[in-house]
Design a protein. Sequence first.
Length: 311
Amino acid sequence: MKRKLNGIVLFFAITYILTGCQKKDASEIETEIETEIERSEESVSESAQSMTETVADGGDYDFGTDDFETTLSETDMLGAGTSDTETTDLFDADSLGTNSDGAEESDKERSISDAADSFYYTALTDEIKARITGKSYPDTDEPLQISYEDLAYVHVLHYDFQAQIQEGELICNQSVAQDLVEIFYELYENQYPIEKIRLIDEYDADDEVSMADNNTSCFNYRTVPGRTTLSNHSYGCAIDINPLYNPYVRTSGGKEQISPDNAVPYADRSADFPYKIDKNDLCYRVFIEHGFSWGGAWNSSKDYQHFEKVE
Ligand SMILES: [Zn+2]
């Protein structure tokens, strides 16, 4: 429609120049026509841009993250402003690229498309704030290094150890929310096994208990074990994957410490066992591609479950 209007405007502009400005010489007319064409092209381009933004699914909640694909992360201002709990989906239908040639979607493609709807992030709703406050999010008048507004709620799907599809929930820093949605979608597409992804609040924010239960989790306002400094989990910038099989191994007072306690069989990384994260592992590769660093590559200690992205 806008393209049509632009064509009409262009037609009248050229007609006006040709009929109404008889005194101008040919070169002036040519310049004016070129200018009008340029303006018209700009306008068409703007229209196309705004149409792209309009059709983009989700994108209402702009965390200012880097572009993944333009339509994934651009804020759709036209649709914004309904509430502060709008979701940002992983994909709009087109960006999956499964149906770009107009061919009918296969069942598999359709199921991928449906599944993609389950990968999204939102701002923290009051309901989510209530779930985490007094647990992973301290209920205190003391100043914190994080606010609710810094955080995002992430919803994903994943394959468990029985190859069943499960829902997963995470709280993370808004700066890594888009990364996590994309990472977990890639892991899901490849049926990467993750036993459970529950909010650590279901374990009363007790990291040891969560790790011992092999729970994958992200935000938890806490110090580094054995130290007084805040862990990057406190900012929601660090995530632990399948922590039982990928323990935190450090030396303290000349003695090896393994967290969680029941992970001793998995501290020897030369041993062969399932769910082990190493540099050949898909999980490692996907996190690294998204700019995360891996605790298994640290020198002073080894935290094989741990990935973090600190800007
Ligand atoms: Zn960690």
